[in-house]
Design a protein around this ligand. Sequence first.
Ligand code: NAD
Length: 504
Amino acid sequence: MRMINHWIAGRETGNRPGGVGLHVGQVHNPATGEVSAEVDYATPAEVDAAVAAAQEAFAGWRSTSLARRTKVLFAFRNLIDSHQEELARIITAEHGKTLEDARGEVARGLDVIEFACGIPHVLEGGFSANVSTSIDTYSIRQPLGVVAGITPFNFPVMVPMWMFPIAVACGNCFVLKPSEKDPSASIMVARLWEEAGLPPGVFNVVHGDKVAVDAILAHPGIAAVSFVGSTPVARYIYVTAASAGKRVQALGGAKNHAVVLPDADTGFAADAIASAAYGSAGERCMAISAVVAVGAAGDPLVEALAVRARELRTGPGDDERSGMGPLITEAHRDRVAGYLVTGVAEGAELVVDGREGPIDGSREGYYLRPSLFDGVTPEMAIYRDEIFGPVLCVLRVPTFEDAVELVNASPYANGAAIFTNDGLAARSFEEKVDAGMVGINVPIPTPVAYYSFGGAKQSLFGDTHVHGEHGVHFYTKTKAVTARWPKPADGSDMRLAFPSTGQP
Ligand code: NAD
């Protein structure tokens, strides 16, 4: 059985196959249900070793010139670019999403590396000459030290890349704890960093579960933690790491709404919404899981969505004909299917039932076809809970104002979209809706790397988003320097009053 080990101080380390007392997890191919590898779960001692390696590397990396750091980043960018297909295939084999989707994920990760290649410009400080006579004030940004990233299963390449390219470019050393469900891509990324010339210890990977996470949260050598995952764990990470004195950003779960106004083009909106609801089997933090149909938009929209849900081909991610792959685990597939029973019991109309219809893959794979509910109300569990699967709920409201009120009453606030041809309504939506990312006739408004990504309310604990200037801000601390260079002839200058009024 292939064993996936940690990456510490520039080499693979951990329990080798056949070791005693292994604490390991299994990695599955969701398309077939087969176990494809075992992954070593880090003990606190292994987390200590990764942090120690990162601490040792920090002094050298923080003082490495920007020119040299940028060279490493460019080399890494080129290596990721030339290994895109390999990375995409690793994602599909362990996550299950279609290859096309996996390729898109790698491309979005690459986007952040390209942003990080421009770090010398983004790290520029401010300078004010002569703030008082012959006194200058300037600000510099410095790295924090060792920082950690804890990431979810649904984007095993892109989400870590929201974090580490910027952290490393800013001069930090990084410890990544990727999802134990699809851990292989992180090791390939570590090898590519090494090939790019990154010194050992600057980028480390520890695999594992809560034991590894808790060791990270408690470790005095870690200055900051970035987390992306479900809301209950995000809240736990935020509270625990902050009370240990760390800087924290913890991105949580979501329930993203698409409001459809009666003037919207039904076919266009249905295509966009079906793609956002069922793409990656609904396992995206920016998936549309709730449609709010306003007035007369409802009937034709439900009809158009039902056609698309029924037609979607569901099968293995590595079959180019599949529009949607399996879910991540058998337990998760069963949990999502359970919501179909719940929704019917709650009184919603199950227009398309994902338990019916053909699956083009193995019977042992974790498949569930797309489902569509109509007549959903805000009290129902199928609306309140983040299902994180290919289940789309349609709620109906009479007016635009009701739609905005409904969206804003959600405890989540990651993304929200509106479909309309009315610019005034779109502008009003953009201003009033409480969500971190807003789409106008765009269903998944995931911002490009030079803007920031993040939500509000229970979708984000902390105040900084990931990447863009927010990422640079999160991974650096600001120092403001006030300096003067007196001439010997100036003599001594003792003043107790501040600010001094005696001198302009
Ligand atoms: P998860 O919260 O179960 O796991 C995320 C990470 O936390 C993993 O590395 C896991 O090992 C660790 N973890 C899990 N349980 C833990 C615990 N009790 N204590 C400490 N650590 C723990 O999330 P997931 O199922 O891997 O990913 C799906 C979730 O992530 C969804 O809720 C989705 O919305 C969310 N997500 C959010 C964003 C965003 O940008 N807001 C992006 C991607 C995914």
